[in-house]
Write a protein that binds this ligand. Structure first.
Ligand SMILES: *[C@@H]1O[C@H](CO)[C@@H](O)[C@H](O)[C@H]1NC(C)=O
Ligand SMILES: *[C@@H]1O[C@H](CO)[C@@H](O)[C@H](O)[C@H]1NC(C)=O
Ligand SMILES: *[C@@H]1O[C@H](CO)[C@@H](O)[C@H](O)[C@H]1NC(C)=O
Ligand SMILES: *[C@@H]1O[C@H](CO)[C@@H](O)[C@H](O)[C@H]1NC(C)=O
Ligand SMILES: *[C@@H]1O[C@H](CO)[C@@H](O)[C@H](O)[C@H]1NC(C)=O
Ligand SMILES: *[C@@H]1O[C@H](CO)[C@@H](O)[C@H](O)[C@H]1NC(C)=O
Ligand SMILES: *[C@@H]1O[C@H](CO)[C@@H](O)[C@H](O)[C@H]1NC(C)=O
Length: 861
């Protein structure tokens, strides 16, 4: 009781103070607030943002709990692992400035908390008189979205108050409770205004005074943008749009070139960061093709609400009016059509100037209506120069209804989702350590490079003051500026102090005796490979689980860097086509990494100079496709773009089912700063696979991996090493020789004799074309991994069914024909686009969903 009075008193005091300052005009700037609910002292999250305890802001004492398990998609304990629990109504009083808009973000991690059944948690949240959530079940919602956690973002109409009350109230059902992991309050400028009401000619709406919930926020054809990379300090998260593309025809990815600058002009930079405007999805330049389809995005929405659909545009290819004119439909109704069709240059006046348009649409409660559909189509009667359309970004906000309500019902698992979840849990089961199999690894030639490079980096860092900002691009290894001196690593501590607590939490910590037992005291008979880092042993842990153990060479100081990099990287990455790290040991100067054991060794061992069975052509295709998936995930699926830097056939491993897994991240580099499009760096990698452009310019992009992968593709086709010094000079380098033969049209002549004659001509053509594109001289001309993946899959289809997918002999009539039309469209679409044009892999093809489900909150935030 006393604390309550005290709190009210102090709040009143602050209110008066705020008022005084505000009125006197020297007012304080609105502050943001980040509360790590349930924690004693707050903390710092993975992005370096600070979170404080919520104790000061809550009106009474409520218990706090800690999650018993950190899901692997949660990369930082703060602010997810602690939670505040409410068994009765509870209110937070948060200080705000009057007449100011804020983001209010609520974080929910529906996990196991001791003594609580999270399935019983149903509650409502009311903020400033607006119902944000009602009968809300975080666990049902998270399940339906296949998310471990939820971040709900709201923006309430500016208020005439200095306090925002946020009230949590458990639902009226047995054992119900409310919980919250974190609350964020971020002041924002006036982002919302008026726009066109779709479906009501000449009607406009005004969102300036509206209460809004963010439903989706997508960087169309672009990458994930983390809160710290958002513009105007608004800490928004932008996701890739691929999961929301509807239909087989998904257009092409457009990317501005390096020298392109977004000129905001009258638009505030806080509207959207430049990266949103630097990429767009277009339809392609082929008229016959583009007029035949709609570029369509589809979003789920709660019925009986009005939504603001904000479309972001920026032209970076064309300069004149009427070059590209297109119609925009929202929910099959005209939003922007002839004679008033969209013409970006017509709106902005020139190239490089961004703009956005707001449309509002009411979503009805008729069966099948609970969606928002955005269609773009060339405006043919305007006779533009190009029959094309493009979009750079989409945001969708829900507006509160007449009762000041924003809450919708809990989602119902769709059949598709239920299936997907069954598949996902099957995958989880597969990667469960106990059932996990095997990995052998051999790392190679690049070692001396690495050693030299690491030294160079650290020297440079000391000399050049400004270099720090660059080194922070590295994973925490150098971010933590650990100097790699021997004394720090040979300490007796069993917990490695070099690792972020996160990585330590994510993977298992082995004791040295466990490792010694597993490898029979590092018996040489157990050695399965030798790499720059040291020897690789096979071993057995937990009685039966086979593992591969990489032991650092005690003489190698530089190994430390790779050791740390690899733990930091791998512990956060889980993918069917990436080798899994099980754990590590860092004790008494011994550093070991423990992986799944890959029974069948490296891809190289099954191609040439080998006694092992050689891969058939189809197996080679499948292995290449698997590896391409792994790399595609590294490039686009993880939180940061990760560039492997040492793609080669000995770094593609095979498990006992011939599933390809990409390994060896010792050289990998993340690019959180990919807005520059590249990372300046010291050249690393393996001879024969090195991207010549990277070598020349020392600038690393994911296209360097694409180049190396192109070499791997030719290796698979030709069955020879990337470099073979014993051959005549012009044939030494596989990349040069294969390109030469491919261009002369004599690629057949250098196909591996073991598979010659087993490849259909269509398949060969597609495959060799793809490999050739990967080896393009300059990075931007090379396809991205998504394109490569798509083309390889297509190539496999052409092997299975060289006629294309025109006819299928079995199956139900109607389904088959629909499917075949879809396939035909696809085939047409893609075979008529050069793969260099950055076409995107079609959504819905087997694994793409899995790739994206790991990064994308399907609600789009
Ligand atoms: C963002 O925050 C930083 C540090 O708080 C500040 O220096 C900068 O001016 C802010 N930028 C904007 C656009 O408000
Ligand atoms: C980049 O794009 C701009 C405008 O499209 C063009 O003027 C410039 O020449 C391009 N630069 C390069 C290196 O392609
Ligand atoms: C939408 O509104 C109609 C009419 O008021 C009502 O019958 C229906 O139940 C509402 N649907 C939802 C999902 O709230
Ligand atoms: C829009 O039209 C498509 C087919 O033309 C239909 O499947 C869909 O349900 C319609 N959507 C709405 C919101 O009317
Ligand atoms: C594109 O979408 C609009 C509105 O939904 C529809 O009327 C039109 O038929 C569609 N066009 C094609 C080619 O699908
Ligand atoms: C609360 O949500 C659950 C799950 O969606 C639903 O079964 C139940 O009927 C809802 N209760 C109320 C009172 O709306
Ligand atoms: C695709 O290209 C082929 C020739 O390469 C042409 O015959 C065909 O008409 C094109 N299809 C479309 C839809 O443009």
């Amino acid at each position: 009781m006393h604390t309550n009075i005290l709190l009210l008193f102090s709040l009143a005091f602050f209110a008066v103070l705020f008022n005084a300052l505000y009125v006197s005009g020297i007012g304080p700037q609105p502050q943001s607030l980040s509360l790590n609910c349930g924690s004693e002292n707050g903390g710092t999250d993975g992005d370096g943002r600070k979170w404080e305890s919520d104790v000061k802001y809550i009106t009474a004492k409520f218990p706090n709990v800690r999650a018993q398990y950190q899901d692997s998609s949660i990369v930082s304990e703060v602010p997810y692992m602690d939670a505040r629990i409410f068994r009765s109504e509870a209110t937070y009083n948060l200080p705000i400035m009057p007449k100011t808009r804020y983001w209010l973000r609520l974080y929910f991690y529906p996990s196991e908390y001791s003594g609580l059944n999270i399935a019983n948690s149903y509650f409502s949240v009311v903020a400033g008189g607006v119902t944000l959530l009602n009968n809300f079940s975080a666990s049902i919602t998270a399940q339906a979205l296949t998310q471990a956690y939820l971040i709900e973002e709201y923006s309430l109409a500016p208020m005439n108050s200095q306090i925002l009350s946020v009230t949590f109230k458990p639902a009226e059902r047995p054992d119900a409770f409310a919980f919250i992991n974190a609350i964020e309050l971020v002041p924002i400028p006036d982002l919302f205004g008026s726009g066109t009401m779709v479906g009501f000619a000449d009607q406009t709406f005004d969102a300036a005074g509206a209460n809004l919930q963010t439903m989706y926020r997508l960087n169309v054809a672009g990458q994930y943008i983390s809160p710290t990379k958002d513009s105007g300090n608004l800490t928004r998260t932008w996701y890739n749009d691929a999961p929301y593309l509807f239909g087989a025809a998904t257009g092409v990815n457009l990317q501005s070139n390096d020298s392109f600058k977004v000129q905001y002009g009258e638009l505030a930079e806080s509207v959207a960061p430049p990266d949103v405007y630097r990429t767009a999805r277009g339809m392609g330049f082929h008229k016959d093709l583009t007029v035949a389809f709609n570029l369509t995005w589809l979003f789920q929405a709660d019925a009986n609400f009005t939504y603001v659909v904000r479309l972001h545009f920026c032209e970076f290819q064309l300069t004149k009016v009427n070059q590209k004119v297109f119609n925009i439909y929202i929910n099959n109704q005209t939003a922007q059509v002839e004679p008033d069709a969209a013409d970006i240059i017509g709106w902005t006046g020139e190239m490089g100037v961004p703009t956005y348009k707001d449309y509002a649409v009411f979503v009805n409660d008729r069966p099948g209506d609970e969606e928002i559909r955005v269609d773009l189509h060339p405006a043919t009667s305007s006779k533009p120069e190009f029959y094309d359309a493009s979009l750079n970004g989409i945001e969708i906000f829900k507006m509160s209804d007449r009762n000041n309500n924003l809450a919708g019902p809990n989602p119902v698992l769709s059949e598709m989702l239920a299936q997907h979840m069954a598949k996902a849990s099957h995958k989880e089961f597969q990667t469960d350590y106990k059932t996990l199999k095997i990995v052998g690894t051999a790392s190679g030639v690049g070692f001396f490079f690495i050693a030299a490079a690491c030294i160079a980096v650290y020297r440079k860092k000391k000399i050049i003051p400004g270099f720090d900002s660059h080194t922070s691009n590295w994973l925490p290894v150098s971010g933590n500026s650990h100097t790699g001196s021997r004394s720090t690593i040979s300490g007796k501590s069993t917990q490695s102090s070099h690792l972020s607590s996160l990585a330590q939490g994510l993977c298992r910590h082995f004791t040295l005796p466990e490792i010694i037992r597993a490898t029979k005291n590092f018996d040489d008979s157990n050695v399965i490979g030798v790499g720059g880092f040291g020897k690789v042993y096979k071993g057995v842990i937990d009685q039966a689980t086979k593992v591969a153990i990489k032991r650092s060479n005690p003489q190698s100081e530089q190994g430390v860097n790779e050791f740390m990099t690899e733990i930091e990287m791998l512990s956060k990455l889980r993918h069917k086509h990436l080798v899994s790290l099980i754990g590590f040991c860092d004790e008494d100067g011994e550093m070991c990494l423990v992986y799944d054991y890959m029974a069948l060794g490296t891809m190289r061992e099954h191609l040439y100079n080998t006694k092992k069975p050689r891969l058939s052509w189809k197996q080679r295709l499948e292995v290449c496709i698997g590896a391409a998936r792994g790399l595609h995930y590294l490039h686009t699926g993880a939180k940061y773009t990760i560039i492997h830097r040492d793609v080669k056939s000995t770094n593609i491993l095979l498990d006992e089912n011939w599933v390809a897994k990409v390994s060896d991240f010792g050289l990998s580099k993340t690019g959180p700063d990919m807005d520059k499009g590249h990372v300046s760096t010291v050249v690393k990698g393996s001879f024969g696979y090195l991207d010549p452009e990277y070598f020349r310019r020392q600038q690393l992009t994911e296209k360097s991996d694409v180049y190396s992968f192109g070499v791997v593709l030719f290796e698979a086709l030709c069955g020879r090493p990337a470099l073979n010094p014993s051959l005549p000079k012009e044939q030494v380098s596989l990349a040069d020789w294969a390109l030469h033969c491919q261009r002369k049209g004599i690629i057949e002549d250098i196909i591996d004799p073991h598979i010659k004659g087993k490849i259909t001509p269509e398949c060969l053509k597609k495959f060799a074309d793809t490999a050739e594109k990967c080896l393009a001289e300059s990075g931007p001309e090379r396809p991205n991994m998504g394109d490569v993946l798509w083309n390889l899959e297509f190539s496999l289809q052409l092997q299975d069914n060289p006629e294309g997918s025109k006819h299928s002999s079995k199956g139900e009539e109607s389904e088959t024909s629909e499917e075949s039309i879809r396939n035909c469209n696809l085939a047409m679409h893609y075979s008529n686009l050069s793969i260099g044009s950055n076409s995107e892999m079609p959504a819905g093809s087997d694994d793409s969903g899995d790739i994206f489900s790991q990064i994308v909150n399907p609600k789009g935030r």
